[in-house]
Design a binder for this molecule. Structure first.
Ligand SMILES: [Zn+2]
Length: 106
């Protein structure tokens, strides 16, 4: 499965663009603690779990058991609040797009 529909109907692609703008990587503190000093980013990447965030409703789809198994859905407690927060976040990024690191000062 290279794409699926979120509960809101938005299409989420899990393959295609690299890096994927909808994909987030998460890693437990315990797994991260196995790394020390200078690390190979590929090793950290391989130890992480893939999560996809719906741009429309803010739902999170986490592939806890890899891509061969269905993702776990996490929904915002208040979808309208999540959308407002997302719009605010994206507005800040757009306003700061001209700076050296637009995400640094969010
Ligand atoms: Zn959605």
């Amino acid at each position: 499965m290279s794409k699926f529909h979120c509960v809101c109907g938005n299409l989420i692609r899990i393959s295609g663009l690299i890096p994927n703008p909808d994909e987030w990587k998460i890693i437990s503190d315990i797994d991260f603690d196995h790394f020390e000093g200078l690390v190979d980013a590929e090793n950290v990447y391989a130890s992480s779990t893939s999560m996809f965030r719906c741009r429309n409703c803010g739902c999170l789809w986490v592939y806890w058991d890899g891509f061969d198994n269905p993702p776990q859905l996490y929904t915002p407690s208040c979808p309208s609040l999540a959308r407002a927060a997302q719009r605010s976040y994206l507005d800040k990024i757009e306003r700061r797009a001209g700076s050296a690191d637009p995400l640094l000062t969010l």
